[in-house]
Design a protein around this ligand. Structure first.
Ligand code: ANZ
Ligand code: ZN
Length: 855
């Protein structure tokens, strides 16, 4: 008998799918659609097990939905701009484009070798001009609407390399290249006004019913709505006022100083020593090291009329509230630390209500940290004695009545800074002219192509700054000499709308879709199921939600939320190994618990996320070469539910492989025994069947029900596969004796193959062909179950108390011992008998009886 040879059959079917174009999708308004999307990868070079898991999950969903009759869109592409390509250029002298496209070529082969059902016609590569042209077009549209704008903002700056650094290039506050201290420098930057949609993005969170709660909470938190009060503090001996924002007006009697952000307009006029101001600006935003600078000026607390010193502080953000705060060291930890550092007074104005907690709060001298809890106001004039929650309202009202300020709402969400001083990104379509100022590139001149011919030295910033061919341009307004913007866009821009681009079947033309009622965008959007890593819980998902709204307002989309359901898959983990001499070891470097290099005992460490640095990685290529893609897919789906972490186990992989061999063996063995027997009516047949046959028939239908339910309910592939394995076990121990028996077994085989197909598509196709089917298994419908046959068989269970028969109950045949015990104990008659007596022991004899032993 023929052996299961995964290499051979997998390549055969991959070729078949490609030649028959089986994964191609057409827009078809007469069909129900399902848009299944996995987060597209960065083409770093090779796929890793994290990708394998992500894409295996997506592929099962896509293939399953197709068998359920949906018109499925399942595309793939490349998040191809970004820093690593540029670093490779600096290090190895390869052009970023070459590096990127070579990686894409290799990774695409790897994905195809996994047997993923992508419609490659719709492939997107974000670094291609056909794609980034539309980044530029969207930028111009946002610019027209005032949703893209320029302002000064701080960036990481290495004074010795004279260049801007991305956050990833700042390591422990130092430059990654030269190790010198990184400072904050103010530069003009482009922003997208995501705050325009802050409230809508927040409200929309309540609609995200198909998202993990944790992710929704992270989105809300990031938007960070807070309600507070703006209050004007007059500057002493001046006509100017400082407007502050606080969420704690109840603490206003405890204000002992105030702080401005280094970039606050008043900072310039209040601080004489410009060097000192520059020094604190360079440390802007570093929350761990709070630094301040006394301005020499004072302000007046408008409620108490106390005179308080004005400081500049690096932890006060210009982008939040009003860029100025009133400082209450007794009740705010940051203010407390600052006050201790600069010897500023601390005044307690809130006491905890429980007397036991009061002692340490009584005097400012005794405070070891700020008291940020709830309590009652003290030292607060006419508001003393108020509960602080009430005082918040009362004081806010008082401030409004006296016209000292007003209630406001603030969001933590900042506008999205998209300027990057990098080469490998989308050029921002802006031209600077000495006469006309900032001029947007006319639509007809798009795309602005990234010049190929540039030098990568790694010194002095973006190579675009030195590219004459790129820089020099005629002003579109006056025709005079002008200069191009050299900043490129944050690569998160690319990934904020790629899911929209896939719908356009690789002839991306957004403009033609405006107000187009028959647009494929209105058919395919939103994405029905999005699958990806939790690391994107905030930025990528928020930016995509923002872009979807912006595109809606441009008349491109008819929806507001891009992703109806979101699945964040868990990590792939594996134990680590180290040896005293060679530190972390690859799995191949450990033999019989010893390091193969030095023979010393290797120590097994914790199970951790697979990573190159810990060397606890498995190479997908090697795994496929050994077991085939179907085994790799099956294992990664079977070992844990999708949203949980998955622990790698060689035994588990072996188990998956054995299972595939088993189903292979049974199918091959029984495929030729044709039976002339034809069923007219399954139920009519059941009365004539042997009990063993009837059981297998029942089991088949029960399994179809269970597998379908598990997939439908949160994609519980692990339990679905387990059920399928059980059925296959029953099939292998079944010995058909009559034609009817053979028929029942073949029914079981056929249905197992259909259920196996989304998980292990190649072997399913091969065996499908072996049982004489002519078309691809994926053109067949997902199996249905018969309600009667899928019913769990009921059996009678005897319940004894101290060995005496006391009751009989009916339970389903497959009931676990624990559940049988619970059912027996809950039986009314038994409950009464047990009243007041102590249960010593409960004995369960599976399928027969439960005996309760009492004193
Ligand atoms: C006085 C006060 C007393 C504050 C107290 C807190 C506790 P949330 O709730 O996160 O919105 N703040 C305001 N603007 C700021 C800025 N630009 N940079 C840094 N901090 C700023 O935070 C609001 C609180 O953060 C405000 O309330 C203010 O400090 C501070 F016992 O005012 B509070
Ligand atoms: Zn001009």
């Amino acid at each position: 008998q023929e052996k299961y040879n995964p290499q051979e059959i997998e390549l055969k079917w991959q070729k078949y799918w490609a030649e028959k174009n089986i994964h191609k999708t057409e827009t078809d308004a007469s069909k129900k659609k399902f848009y299944c999307l996995e987060m597209f990868p960065y083409p770093s070079g090779k796929i890793h097990m994290g990708h394998v898991r992500n894409y295996a999950i997506g592929d099962v969903i896509a293939r399953y939905k197709k068998m359920k009759g949906f018109n499925v869109l399942h595309p793939m592409g490349w998040d191809a701009f970004g820093l690593p390509a540029e670093n490779a250029a600096i290090k190895h002298g390869v052009h970023p484009a070459k590096w990127t496209y070579e990686n894409i070529g290799y990774m695409k082969k790897q994905l195809n070798r996994m047997g993923l059902s992508y419609d490659w016609q719709r492939e997107i590569t974000t670094c291609s001009p056909e794609y980034y042209k539309w980044n530029q077009w969207l930028f111009l549209k946002l610019y027209e609407k005032g949703l893209a704008y320029k302002k000064a903002s701080f960036v990481n700056w290495c004074p010795s390399c004279v260049t801007v650094l991305a956050n990833e290039q700042v390591i422990d506050g130092k430059c990654w290249r030269c190790d010198s201290e990184v400072i904050q420098k103010e530069l003009e930057q482009w922003f997208f006004k995501i705050t325009h949609y802050a409230e809508e993005l927040l409200q929309g969170c309540d609609e995200l019913k198909g998202w993990p709660e944790r992710v929704v909470a992270m989105q809300k938190n990031w938007i960070g709505k807070s309600e507070g009060v703006e209050i004007d503090f007059p500057i002493d001996e001046s006509d100017e006022k400082i407007r502050i924002y606080t969420t704690r007006p109840d603490t206003i009697f405890g204000v002992t100083y105030m702080c401005l952000a280094p970039g606050h307009p008043l900072s310039e006029s209040l601080v004489k020593d410009k060097d000192k101001l520059e020094a604190i600006k360079a440390k802007y935003g570093k929350m761990e090291h709070k630094e301040g600078l006394f301005t020499g000026h004072y302000a007046i607390n408008p409620i108490t009329n106390e005179k308080i010193p004005i400081y500049i502080a690096n932890f006060v953000l210009m982008e939040y509230g009003t860029g100025a705060i009133m400082s209450v060291p007794a009740h705010d930890q940051r203010d407390f630390e600052f006050a201790k550092k600069y010897g500023l007074p601390i005044k307690v104005v809130i006491m905890p209500e429980e007397p036991s907690a009061v002692n340490s709060q009584q005097s400012a001298e005794l405070l070891k940290e700020a008291f940020e809890g709830e309590g009652v106001l003290v030292n607060s004039g006419r508001f003393s004695g108020f509960k602080n929650a009430d005082a918040k309202k009362a004081i806010a009202k008082y401030i409004e009545d006296k016209r000292l300020g007003k209630r406001t709402i603030n969001y933590k969400l900042r506008d999205w800074g998209i300027s990057r001083q990098r080469y490998w990104g989308t050029p921002i379509p802006i031209i600077y002219c000495d006469r006309c100022g900032t001029v947007p590139v006319p639509e007809k001149d798009l795309p602005i192509i990234l010049p190929e011919n540039v030098k990568f030295t790694g010194k002095g910033g973006s190579p675009l700054l030195e590219s004459e061919e790129f820089l020099k341009v005629k002003c579109p307004r006056c025709g005079g000499d002008a200069k191009r913007e050299t900043d490129t866009m944050d690569t998160f821009v690319d990934s904020s709308w790629y899911f929209v681009a896939y719908c356009l079947n690789n002839s991306i033309n957004l403009k033609s879709q405006i107000s187009n009622l028959k647009s494929p965008l209105s058919y395919w959007m939103p994405v029905d199921q999005y699958i990806g890593g939790i690391e994107h819980a905030v930025l990528h998902l928020l930016y995509s939600r923002f872009f979807t709204r912006a595109m809606r307002d441009l008349g491109l989309l008819h929806i507001s939320e891009p992703f109806t359901n979101l699945l964040t898959q868990g990590m792939v983990c594996k134990e680590t190994w180290r040896c005293p001499e060679h530190d972390y070891l690859f799995p191949e470097e450990v033999k019989d618990g010893k390091c193969i290099h030095c023979g010393m005992d290797a120590e097994k460490g914790r199970v951790e996320k697979m990573s190159k640095s810990k060397k606890n990685v498995i190479d997908p290529d090697a795994l496929i070469a050994r077991y085939g893609a179907d085994t790799m897919r099956l294992f990664s789906l079977f070992a844990a539910p999708p949203e949980r972490d998955l622990e790698w186990s060689d035994k588990g992989v072996e188990g998956a492989y054995r299972f595939l061999n088993k189903i292979w063996g049974i199918t091959k063995k029984f495929k030729i025994q044709t039976s002339e027997f034809k069923v007219q009516d399954i139920l009519d047949l059941t009365s004539k069947l042997q009990p063993s046959s009837l059981n297998l028939l029942r089991k088949t239908h029960q399994t179809i029900k269970k597998v379908t339910d598990d997939i439908e309910k949160d994609y519980h592939f692990n339990t679905a596969i387990a059920a399928l394995m059980e059925l296959v076990n029953d099939m292998s121990s079944f010995i058909p004796q009559t034609d009817e028996d053979t028929y029942i077994l073949r029914t079981a085989i056929k249905n197992s193959l259909l259920m196996l197909a989304p998980f292990a598509p190649h072997i399913a196709e091969e065996l499908w062909e072996a049982i004489g089917e002519k078309n691809s298994i994926f053109e067949h419908q997902w199996p249905e179950w018969d309600k009667e046959l899928a019913k769990e068989e009921e059996i009678e269970l005897v319940v004894q108390v101290n060995g005496k028969l006391r009751a009989k109950i009916f339970v389903s045949a497959g009931l676990s011992d624990d559940d049988a015990k619970q059912r027996a104990l809950q039986e009314q008659k038994i409950k009464e008998l047990l009243k007041g007596r102590q249960i010593k022991k409960v004995v369960v004899v599976k399928g027969k009886l439960v005996n309760i032993v009492v004193s």
